[in-house]
Design a protein around this ligand. Sequence first.
Ligand code: NAP
Length: 309
Amino acid sequence: MSKTQKKFPLGIICLSALGLYFLSKKSIETFKIVNQYLFAKELNLYQRYKGGSALITGSTSGLGKEYAMQFAKRGFNIVQVARNDEKLENTKNEILEANSKIKVHNIQFDFDQPYTEEAYSGLKSELENLDDVSVLVNNVGAMSPGKFDSMDLIQANTMIQVNCIPQLFFTRTLLPKMIQRANSDKRCAILNLSSVATDTKAPSMGVYSATKVYNKNLSDVLDKEVNDKNIDVLCVQPGPTVSNMIKVLGPCIIYPKDHVSSVLSHLGQYRSTYGHYKHMVYISLIRYQWFKSYYQRNKKALTKLQGKP
Ligand SMILES: NC(=O)c1ccc[n+]([C@@H]2O[C@H](COP(=O)([O-])OP(=O)(O)OC[C@H]3O[C@@H](n4cnc5c(N)ncnc54)[C@H](OP(=O)(O)O)[C@@H]3O)[C@@H](O)[C@H]2O)c1
């Protein structure tokens, strides 16, 4: 056998092995995704976290309200934090209608202000007095689109405050007690609302998507810090979902109820989720650019979405 004949099969074998490796890797990834989004079964969350209270920020509309309703239906007491007393009271009544056996505690706070110890001291002592918080849903968020050449810097600053400070503040304030709870064999959970906007990077969404990258990174690092402490951290990256600000429906726009049910079926088993399978499909299409022609055809409907979270 000549020298070249010997080299040829070896090269082919190496290339085939490499191809096989990447193909298997992709197949395993795809299998895991299909399994997560189509076949994941919800754990018994009340049992897993041994009851306690679910604290939800921004609970008076949209996704936050649905998280409050669904945790209440599963038997958790609810602590809700939002800025409007009347809306808090109405939501409390709706939650109690869904499950009259639980307790609902309201905390009124407006996050549209810079963080200072003084401004947040009242909220901090309310949180420190809470008993048995087992689940924290860092949900509150705001969205004001704007291109760089014309954006309103005051609005952009408000959005940064509302989207970033509460997640940090609530986690920092409640985590020590949650770790204590988890140490006494009562597991806890922290859900952090980010967005598909981290990946879509659409025009006008620069500041919003940057705050959502902040939410995601904070969640990922928190997970690394507490994953040996009996605390489940889940980063949630929804796609377009009907809420206070989004009032259109489309093939990839879903209702909060469907979003939250899917997320709860991933809680305790995964570290990140887009929630509903439609949002997984949505982000995959955008990522691989297969969405381009659809995007062009439906520009009008999608433009409407650009004002939404
Ligand atoms: N909807 C979507 O398509 C979508 C997609 C991806 C990610 N998300 C994320 O999901 C989360 C919830 O969004 P959403 O669509 O459900 O929003 P939403 O319907 O506007 O609800 C936001 C909630 O936060 C409260 N809130 C807003 N600003 C506040 C402030 N300054 N102080 C205190 N409370 C305040 C609102 O209270 P009021 O009722 O008084 O306004 C409401 O309870 C956000 O983090 C958002 O980024 C949403």
